[in-house]
Design a protein around this ligand. Structure first.
Ligand code: NAI
Length: 483
């Protein structure tokens, strides 16, 4: 079995070497094809941070084991890490946070065990990176939450929770505020939950979740979240078990999977051979289990747990009164501890399963789509216009463009209604949303909307526009604050 390996930037090559040395000492039956990805590939002019050959290799092998990669700042380039996850549709990001004996935290000292798996949606949300300056003062980012994208990751989370023998699965969200986007994610969660009656499924608002994770982490088991909230909550969980040095991550897709540590390139300690390879090693162990190499994974994991229990540590954690070891010494100690039995968290030596590499050859992009929606009618449009005038002046100009089929119903500024009712205490910026709706919900056509758009340009610069749809009599858009 051959996998693609990208060593990464900063401490990446040092920790990757340590992990591959451990694999090699354990005779892990894998071959590696090293691929060119990362900062130096950006610097050579490849705008997505990887060479075409690297992309081809990863797509043909299906597994990428990667070190952290630097995103050059201020060059307008996108993160290669995010590009890789999105390009290959690794829709579920699984991060396991467990108490490791020898890694002291407030919880381990208090005897509170932690075993939390965060499943973070990995493709959508604000990570679409679709952002525009609407005026010189106003930036707008789009947040995509889709039904098929949510279903993919939530189904994965439930399936994984069931295999893990989890007792509880929790959806973290902010559907009380983002009723349409997070509301859709939450709706998908409970739709999937019906298929897993044996799992206790519940939901917690994300801010409350952060508080509860810090106060009572042992009550949580599997938590599934949208992309940005999942990103933040998983770093919080890394803190619960000792920091980023212990946070592994698996990016799971139907065809390609990427295994990497959660932490970055740690430029402050690169080249010193002092980085902690544990997070990358734990990611590598998740990869071995994913491939069916159960026994290799268990022997190495037991040796790692034993090593940590013995108090062996790199400089970033552990008992500061005892000398730390460097990256190579840490890896060599793990190798020397193969066959040793840790006192806590011993992993059973299940036999390796035979592995056969699946090569996927896709000739077109798979379309993921849920069932056809109900009858749809266009009932209006939101026009985002630039203006530094007062709300009433904007309204008076908009009213000139009302037609026999549609009328102006509200004007908002940063989402808060400022016309027909509002407060002079609401600060306004130079960009308003003017909502026109059809009179008595009469159906409109795209041509009506385009005509209205054109007509408004006589008075305003229109920065952006959204069509308002009604599905089977239900509004497919949110009301303005105060509308
Ligand atoms: P970072 O995770 O690289 O470093 C934060 C702090 O943690 C530093 O003090 C560092 O020394 C320490 N640290 C991290 N990993 C460690 C390890 N294995 N052993 C010991 N100490 C460790 O985060 P930062 O500084 O925000 O990002 C640096 C670069 O990494 C940026 O270019 C960023 O874009 C990139 N990055 C890449 C990621 C990836 O490849 N998946 C993830 C996060 C950041």
């Amino acid at each position: 079995m051959k996998i693609a390996v990208a060593k990464g930037d900063g401490i990446g090559p040092e920790i990757m070497q340590a992990v591959l040395d451990i694999f090699s000492a354990n005779k892990v039956p894998l071959e590696y094809e090293f691929v060119d990805m990362g900062k130096w590939v950006f610097d050579k002019g490849f705008s997505n941070g990887m060479t075409p050959e690297a992309q081809q290799t990863i797509e043909s092998l299906g597994i990428l084991f990667k070190g952290p990669m630097e995103t050059p700042k201020g060059k307008g380039v996108k993160s290669v890490n995010v590009t890789a996850r999105k390009t290959w549709n690794t829709y579920a990001n699984k991060r396991v946070f467990q108490t490791l004996h020898g890694v002291d935290t407030v919880f381990s000292k208090a005897g509170i065990p932690i075993d939390i798996t965060i499943v973070r949606e990995n493709i959508e949300d604000t990570y679409g990176g679709i952002e525009h300056m609407l005026t010189h003062d106003v930036a707008l980012g789009r947040r995509f939450i889709t039904r098929p994208g949510s279903m993919q990751v939530i189904k994965y989370a439930f399936e994984m929770a069931q295999k893990k023998g989890a007792r509880r699965i929790t959806c973290g969200h902010k559907a009380n505020i983002m009723k349409i986007t997070d509301g859709l994610f939450l709706e998908c969660f409970y739709e999937v939950a019906k298929e897993y009656p044996e799992l206790k499924a519940d939901d917690v608002i994300v801010d409350d979740l952060c508080m509860k994770l810090v106060v009572r982490p042992h009550e949580f088991d599997v938590v599934v979240l949208t992309n940005l909230q999942g990103d933040i909550v998983s770093d919080l969980c890394a803190g619960l078990v000792g920091g980023l040095g212990f946070a592994p991550s698996a990016n799971i897709g139907d065809h390609i999977c990427i295994f990497e540590a959660v932490h970055g390139t740690a430029p402050d300690i690169m080249g010193k051979n002092i980085a902690n390879p544990t997070a990358l090693l734990l990611s590598g162990l998740a990869m071995l289990r994913h491939l069916g190499l159960m026994e290799n994974a268990a022997v190495i994991e037991n040796a790692l747990l034993y090593t940590l229990e013995q108090g062996v540590h790199t400089g970033d954690f552990g008992d500061k009164t005892k000398p730390s070891v460097n990256t190579t010494q840490f890896a060599n100690t793990i190798i020397a501890n193969f066959g040793k039995t840790p006192a806590h968290g011993l992993k059973p030596l299940l036999p390796n399963k035979p592995i056969t590499q699946t090569i996927y050859k896709l000739d077109k992009n798979p379309l993921i789509m849920s069932k056809e929606m109900e009858e749809e009618t266009i009932v209006g449009a939101d026009f985002f216009i630039e203006s530094s005038e007062q709300p009433l002046d904007v309204a008076n100009k908009c009213l000139l463009h009302e037609g026999s089929l549609y009328k102006l119903v509200t004007i908002t500024n940063r989402g808060t209604q400022v016309w027909p009712k509002g407060s002079v205490f609401t600060n306004v910026v130079n960009q308003y949303r003017c909502r026109f709706e059809s009179i008595n919900d009469a159906p409109l056509t795209q041509q009506h909307i385009v005509a209205l758009y054109q007509s408004l340009t006589a008075n305003f610069k229109v920065c952006s526009m959204e069509v308002l749809n009604m599905w089977a009599g239900k509004k497919a858009y949110s009301l303005a604050q105060g509308q």
